[in-house]
Design a protein. Structure first.
Length: 407
RNA sequence: GGGGAGAUGCCCGAGUGGUUAAAGGGGGCAGACUGUAAAUCUGUUGCCGCAUGGCUACGUUGGUUCGAAUCCAACUCUCCCCA
């Protein structure tokens, strides 16, 4: 592959490369010296679930690996104790050491789905940040200014809105920048929300007399709600380890307008084809639902298999298009203690089955006509029903259970 | 150190003695419709075994009152201005 081709590949999907010439120069140099580039990615082990939004960046890292470069994942165990303020309007909760350790481990299992584990180096930033003395930290801090740090958008807006900013949060970008110094990274990849932190890494590297890293920014993937960025804490995400059925279903719930972004950032469908799809949608030649099914299929195929994707689609059509029951339904085991004269209060049954969190919620579901048992709609929340083995109970579109009577 | 403002349900935000489980919006859930768990419209959204009932809830603790999210005191936390 020529340098130009490499550059084009790496540029695809990025929203910005700072500076573009820098990337070209790094690639050229690596090519001449035969020395792979160090490509850095910081992960914040806040919750043990990698989602499609994280995957956008990870997939970019994979491309670097395929070109022979060295990928270094930094598990921000030390910085997680601070909490990245990026894109935050409130202070993040700090994590305990144990939580971080647990999360980091599950991270490893998950990014292997995208990266080549043999070519991935993993480090924890507590290895060096944890060893700095307070004096060292102050020395590093002296190379940055308050104004420079407060420049960043999320700090500025929080300041304007009169919201609190912890002093420790100001140190977060510095820590991340210092990571780049320690690793002597050539390239740092991140979402656009990482722009400030990554650029600060450039500043700090040059302060330490190093060649500056190149920042490569990927767009932020919008979450399932179609408004906010995909994130674990907002619950609007698709996890890469989710089962095919849920993955497919969740992808079908994105607003139509998001489809293009998802195709571009989450699949390997060639750009020309994506453009053709977009035209097809605009002209009415293609049906949005069919396009979305294709999208869901593409993504499920990446993380599972083509077969799993087909199955997931079949399941989806069965449950939602035809309103039939899914193939696999969890059992609701009823013991003798649950039944009085072979009967059980409908509300209690729903709670017992985990289909409603409280009696009140269960009662509401019944009153709203969401509950059917054995295909029969129940609307009276006071009724006691006589369940029989194998009966299917359904609450709303998503909750199912099959009754199993234990003796 | 001095002065001022504030803390309300999942989130934002109204409410300044009773009719407030607390307006409104967001989000969630459900129903209708459909082209999908899109969009739109409607309903619903603390808990308690059925309630013209009870319990919990408006930063914390205590007080005033027949009655407090609303008044008072102390405390905790946050923001703004001055130094």
């Amino acid at each position: 592959m020529t340098l130009d081709e490499q550059f084009a590949l790496l540029k695809r999907g990025t929203i910005e490369i700072v500076p573009e010439e820098g990337l070209k120069a790094k690639l050229r140099k690596s090519n001449e010296t035969g020395k792979p580039l160090k490509v850095k990615l910081g992960l914040d082990p806040t919750a043990p679930d990698i989602h499609l939004g994280n995957a956008v960046v990870l997939r970019k890292m994979r491309q670097f690996q395929d070109l022979g470069h060295e990928v270094i994942i930094i598990i921000g165990d030390f910085t997680a104790a601070i909490g990245d303020p990026s894109g935050r309007s409130i202070t993040r909760p700090q994590l305990s050491e144990e939580e971080i350790r647990r999360n980091a481990k599950t991270y490893y299992d998950q990014y292997c789905l995208i990266l080549d584990p043999a070519k991935t180096k993993v480090v924890f930033n507590s290895e060096w940040l944890g060893k700095l003395s307070f004096e060292d930290a102050i020395k590093i801090a002296s190379k940055l200014t308050v104004a420079r740090v407060l420049e960043r958008d999320d700090f500025a807006s929080r300041l304007n809105e009169g919201k609190p900013i912890g002093l420790h949060e100001i140190l977060y970008p510095m820590c991340q920048a210092y990571d780049s110094v320690v690793l002597e990274s050539d390239i740092e990849v991140g979402g656009l929300d990482q722009k400030f932190n990554i650029l600060l890494g450039r500043d700090l590297q040059s302060q330490f007399g190093q060649e500056e890293q190149v920042g490569l920014f990927m767009p932020i993937l919008v979450g399932l709600d179609g408004v906010q960025k995909m994130s674990k804490s907002l619950g609007n995400y698709v996890g890469v380890t989710e089962n095919p059925k849920d993955m497919f279903g969740k992808l079908m719930s994105i607003p139509d307008e998001l489809m293009r972004d998802y195709f571009e950032l989450c699949t390997d469908v060639p750009l020309e084809e994506i453009n053709a799809i977009e035209e097809g949608l605009a002209s009415g030649r293609l049906h949005p639902m069919e396009v979305k099914k294709r999208l869901a299929r593409e993504i499920v195929t990446i993380y599972h298999s083509a077969d799993a994707a087909k199955e997931a689609q079949a399941e989806f059509e069965r449950v939602f298009s035809q309103r039939e029951i899914p193939e696999e339904i969890p059992d609701i085991v009823l013991g003798p203690e649950d039944l009085v004269d072979g009967r059980i209060w409908i509300v209690k049954l729903l709670v017992k089955a985990g289909m409603a969190p409280s009696n009140s919620e269960a009662r509401r579901l019944v009153q709203q006509g969401a509950v059917t048992i054995g295909g029969q709609k129940i609307t009276d929340p006071l009724v006691n029903i006589a369940p029989s083995n194998g009966q299917v109970i359904r609450a709303g579109k998503l909750r199912f259970g099959r009754i199993k009577i234990a003796r």
